[in-house]
Write a protein that binds this ligand. Structure first.
Ligand code: DX5
Length: 229
């Protein structure tokens, strides 16, 4: 049984002056979860939200929050994001000299642990921690900003990860997420390669038909693409 197709917004393109209303609108549009792009200005050349901002938005939806920790010090910050209401924390393999311990610590906090790989980082970087995660995020842009172009050369990497997960017998436990440049013209390639959790930021807000149509269109495209595998 394959894990379900899930559509999640990146909150990055939202109007932060009315974040609660933006979260409510995304919830009403039918997203499955919310991804918060946490950036520290060190691991990536951008700075976004701390845990208190995420905590302030928690009351506007009951859907899961995940924090994509694009930070140099995930061990220092992890507990704050769990306390803020994130049920999954995504750390970058590139930022964790003791990745196995970091993921184990997140699990011990009662949150789901996930690991992200930048475009240059090989799948081999996470082959010994698959038992500690419920998701691997394959970045399809270089992290730091929304609105970048999808890196299609990541699709063989997604297929390689899917094959590894299947060889380990973890296909019903470990999700494959993609993030960056996901939209109507790219989501089918990512889903056909094996991604089941799809993060869309810029593209969601570009649909002239509105958010609800955008979410259902992206879900339909991903579902159809996977059915053709
Ligand atoms: C990159 C960010 C973006 C954001 C969504 O660090 O993680 O990928 O989530 O980006 P777009 O706007 O391309 O969907």
């Amino acid at each position: 049984m394959s894990l379900p197709i899930l559509i999640s917004p990146s909150v990055l393109p939202c109007d932060f002056s009315k974040l609660g209303a933006e979260v409510e609108a995304l919830d009403a549009a039918g997203v499955d979860l919310f991804q918060w792009d946490v950036m520290d200005g060190q691991f990536v050349p951008n700075l976004t939200f701390g845990p208190d901002v995420i905590a302030s938005a928690r009351q506007y939806t009951t859907k899961p929050f995940e924090a994509h920790l694009m930070v140099l010090t995930p061990d220092v910050l992890a507990a704050r994001y769990v306390e803020a209401g994130c049920s999954r924390l995504i750390v970058h393999a590139e930022a964790c000299p003791h990745l196995h311990r970091t993921l184990g610590n997140i699990n011990s906090m009662g949150a789901n642990a996930a690991v992200a790989l930048n475009p240059h980082t090989p799948i081999s970087a996470i082959e010994h921690v698959l038992d500690l995660v419920d998701m691997v995020l394959i970045m399809t842009v270089n992290p730091g900003f929304g609105g970048q172009s999808y890196i299609a050369s990541m699709e063989p990497k997604i297929r390689e990860l899917k094959a590894l997960i299947e060889r380990r017998g973890l296909a019903d436990q470990v999700n494959i997420e993609v993030d960056g440049g996901i939209g109507p013209s790219t989501i089918e390639g990512a889903a056909a390669a094996g991604a089941n959790v799809l993060i869309a930021g810029t593209a969601l807000f570009r649909y002239s038909e509105g958010l609800k149509f955008a979410v259902s269109d992206l879900r339909a495209k991903a579902t159809d693409a996977r059915a053709k595998i």
